[in-house]
Design a protein around this ligand. Structure first.
Ligand code: ATP
Ligand code: MG
Ligand code: MG
Ligand code: MG
Length: 570
């Protein structure tokens, strides 16, 4: 590429609405521009990086035996009604209607569409296992789009879905996809960790997230000091990798009213916390007379809406007796996880500790499912499941019993999940088994945030001068920077020759051939954009038969004999 025919679009100033380094550098390096909240245009430099990430993802998916396809972004409401998610998904789902008043949504994920396809295409167990993927634009109406493309509303995801005869086959494909994900992040050159992720209401132990370790990450990851144990410290969100929520259970439809004593205890507690540091309360309390007691309630508080939420949630308290996950209680209350601000659905404390009799109940039958903060017995419950991790602090014993936990921030760049029969059962996707009997198809799903990876890679690779791309995803591998190319025939000839020869060899090379550009400005651009290798070619060097080379992360440049350089590069 010739700079004279390219859009470099670099900026000196740091845009003040960009708080994380990747967002700042993507704007400054001319990779993206904001159109509107959570919507970005990818400029040529950004798109080059995005395409390189996509290419690696595609190669590894192909290699894992997944077949590429492409599904529509716009999806009919009927399919979402079949799966139950039209009601459950909440405001992250952007709903639209067409000129005939038919309802649609912009796809945040594609379980419904692919399950519909499979139930029509696959009839026999002999056609299984099957595995499909796409690289596609997703839309999620995120409550708080931020950090540029890291949490955008429109973004690129690779999503894959697998279909099986039985759980063993699902496990086998899951393991293959897990391996493919590791290779993807290794090839890109990221410091990443696969971590246990919450499986929520879907159950099982089979969900992993892939996190890029970085201070700006929105998740806390707990690592054992002694073993390979690593898990997301997120509260049991009951969310599949593709953002779906658990259906409210039957028993949660029942609504109970707290008694005056409980209401007073909650009010008192909320008032004692004027800084709003507590976002979510689990309340153990009592119901009004005549209703079954005791009572468990979830009280959620928005950042600035203490009073409304307090009243609203208190009157909508759900049935306690089954001790359903907080997530389900939240759903019964009509709350959306995303509406809780950056801390998510964090259980901060329990009010009305006088309801001690509940402790026995919780620590008995449901001890593996629950763990509440702020009561003495809570800390004593074994940290046996991922849900329990929500309260851990650094230094706690690792759930696998090996070593203590260290907590680091992570950016979720991938998420794989054994869905089981969740969608295939709801949508009646079946095959005939060996005995000619109809059987529901177990499913897996596998997501990667392709556009988020671009930002995450920058969070791990930058310095004061700009981005330092890992070679595998750099927009250009090499920049040729001429000194006074418009004045010196020799410099022009050398640069052109090198440029054309490298291009012919398939190297992504940027020739800085703007006639009037100053050397300092060109070098600053090359560093800001993060091109891993650069060569400066000038008359003075050529007279001595040398050019200057510098790797982006090197402290010093070095001289190379022209002939030596050509041996290395050409
Ligand atoms: P998060 O917890 O960050 O909201 P998620 O768990 O909702 O992500 P998944 O449903 O697991 O996301 O989707 C698969 C992948 O898509 C995620 O691992 C992430 O890398 C990416 N992704 C999800 N939401 C966004 C977004 N708003 N912007 C960019 N990438 C996203
Ligand atoms: Mg996820
Ligand atoms: Mg999300
Ligand atoms: Mg997540």
């Amino acid at each position: 590429m010739r700079a004279s025919r390219y859009l470099i679009a670099t900026q000196k100033e740091t845009p003040n609405d960009a708080v994380v380094i990747s967002h700042q550098l993507m704007l400054r390096a001319g990779m993206i521009r904001r159109l509107s909240s959570g919507l970005y245009t990818w400029l040529p430099t950004g798109l080059r990086v995005l395409r390189k990430v996509e290419r690696i993802v595609r190669e590894e998916m192909d290699c894992a035996g997944s077949l590429e396809m492409l599904m529509p972004v716009v999806q009919p409401a009927e399919l979402w009604e079949e799966s139950g998610r039209w009601q459950q998904y909440g405001p992250e789902l952007l709903r639209i209607s067409d000129r005939h008043n038919n309802d649609f949504c912009l796809g945040p994920t594609h379980e419904e569409v692919i399950t519909d396809l499979i139930r029509n295409e696959i009839k026999s167990y002999k056609q299984l296992p099957a595995n499909f993927y796409q690289v596609q634009t997703k839309f999620r109406d995120e409550i708080r789009p931020r950090f540029g493309v890291m949490r955008a509303r429109e973004f690129t995801m690779k999503d894959a879905y697998s279909f099986h005869v039985d759980a063993d086959s699902l496990q086998e494909t899951y393991d293959i996809m897990h391996g493919a994900y590791c290779r993807i992040f290794e090839r890109i050159g990221l410091d990443y960790r696969p971590v246990l992720a919450d499986t929520g209401s879907i159950g099982g132990s089979s969900s992993h997230e892939f996190h890029v370790l970085a201070q700006s990450g929105e998740d806390d990851i707990a690592f054992s000091s002694k073993s390979r144990y690593a898990a997301n410290v997120e509260l049991a969100e009951a969310v599949a990798p593709t953002g779906e929520r658990a259906a409210p259970s039957q028993e949660m439809q029942e609504v109970h009213t707290p008694n005056q004593k409980t209401i007073a205890a909650v009010s008192e507690f909320l008032q004692s916390d004027p800084a709003h540091s507590v976002k979510t309360l689990i309340v153990l309390g009592e119901c009004e007379e005549g209703e079954s007691a005791p009572l468990v309630a979830l009280v959620l508080r928005g950042d600035h809406e203490l009073n409304e939420l307090k009243a609203e949630k208190l009157s909508g308290i759900a049935s306690p007796l089954q001790f359903a996950p907080e997530q389900r209680i939240a759903e019964a209350l009509g709350c959306h996880i995303g509406s809780l601000g950056p801390v998510g659905m964090k259980v901060e404390t329990i009010v009305d500790r006088s309801a001690a009799h509940l402790a026995d109940f919780i620590c008995g039958a449901n001890r593996d499912d629950y763990h509440y903060t702020g009561v003495n017995w809570g800390r004593d419950v074994a940290l046996s499941r991922i849900e329990d991790l929500r309260n851990v602090v650094a230094g706690d014993i690792s759930p696998d019993g090996q070593g203590t936990l260290e907590i680091k921030r992570g950016i979720e760049v991938g998420h794989i999940f054994q869905l089981g029969e969740k969608y295939s059962r709801a949508m009646n996707a079946t095959v005939l088994d060996e005995n000619g009997k109809e059987q529901v198809i177990p499913m897996g799903c596998y997501g990667i945030g392709v556009s988020r990876i671009v930002a995450a890679a920058i969070e791990q690779n930058y310095d004061d001068s700009g981005i330092i791309w890992p070679d595998a995803i750099a927009p250009f591998q090499l920049a040729i920077v001429p000194i006074n190319m418009h004045k010196s025939d020799l410099v022009r000839e050398k640069c052109e020759h090198l440029y054309e020869s490298l291009r012919a060899k398939g190297v992504d090379v940027l020739l800085m051939d703007e006639p009037k550009a100053r050397l300092g400005a060109m070098l600053a651009d090359v560093e800001l954009i993060g091109i891993p290798h650069r060569i400066v070619i000038g008359d003075r060097g050529l007279e001595k038969g040398v050019v200057e080379y510098k790797g982006r992360a090197d402290a010093e440049s070095q001289e190379f004999a022209v002939s030596q350089l050509e041996d290395v590069l050409l």
